[in-house]
Design a protein around this ligand. Structure first.
Ligand SMILES: [Zn+2]
Length: 258
């Protein structure tokens, strides 16, 4: 097997995982924002509830002030009763008092209604506060989960970057450049396996002669159609079941003993 091939495949395995991690990392801010939405709406609801409660309390106080003013007026009217001379004046004055009392009763009624509404609104505000607290707890929980995930990804990425430079060091500079260009152009695979005579980069059937050469793998072969570097994904690959990590370690060992 061409000595450059395995390090190249390892490098690609690392790069694919690096790409995957970067994709996941990109999604995290959106996930945090989505997780925060219920908290934002619960906070807004609490704010609305609190402010409508305050409005009701103010309204009740205004009505209570009105009542005081009205009571004072009724008192004044009553006090004047003794000063009146004629029966006609007296009757008219009594009528005025009656109207004032009726108005007073109306205000008292309004105050009672307002007191009930204030009480109801206070209960609603309390409920909204409980909901907001719960939403805050859930968001904090989800946020720290996502932050832990992000930290884990960053740590893995740092490790992968290290492994990547080691794997890259095993390759000849022109081959590394070719790989880098292919990777940029192809977005996914720069090195493609050949299975059942098909290039798994472009999914096209390769000429049998090329397949045979890939299988022999003395030289690096390129796909006729997509120009990806090819490797035989069959029995000729020495350690197909080994994880990328051990492959790189093995590559390290190879480098050290070389
Ligand atoms: Zn191809």
């Amino acid at each position: 097997m061409n000595p450059q091939l395995q390090p190249l495949i390892d490098l690609q395995t690392l790069d694919l995982r690096i790409m995957e991690i970067k994709e996941q990392q990109k999604k995290i801010p959106d996930l945090i924002e989505t997780a925060e939405a219920p908290l934002k709406s619960a906070t807004q609801h609490l704010k609305t509830m609190t402010s409508s409660g305050e409005t009701l309390v103010k309204e009740r106080r205004d009505r209570e002030r009105d009542l005081e003013i009205h009571e004072a007026q009724v008192e004044k009217l009553r006090a004047r009763l003794t000063e009146l001379k004629t029966n006609k004046e007296y009757q008219a004055h009594l009528f005025e008092i009656e109207i004032a009392n009726k108005k007073k009763g109306e205000i008292e009624e309004q105050i009672l209604t307002l007191m009930e509404r204030v009480e109801k609104s206070q209960q609603e505000a309390k409920q909204a506060q409980i909901s907001a607290k719960e939403a805050e707890r859930l968001f904090a929980q989800e946020k720290s989960r996502l932050e832990a995930l992000s930290a884990g990804l960053a740590a893995e990425l740092a490790q992968l970057d290290q492994k990547r430079s080691k794997a890259g060091a095993l390759l000849d500079k022109p081959l590394l450049d070719r790989y880098t260009k292919l990777k940029a152009a192809r977005k996914d695979l720069a090195v493609a396996p050949v299975r059942n005579g098909i290039c798994f980069g472009c999914r096209l059937q390769l000429p049998p002669q090329l397949v045979a050469e890939v299988k022999r793998s003395d030289q690096l072969q390129t796909c006729t159609y997509c120009h990806r570097i090819l490797y035989w994904d069959g029995e000729r690959v020495t350690v197909p079941t080994t994880t990328p990590e051990t492959l790189v370690d093995a590559a390290d060992d190879m480098q050290e003993t070389a």
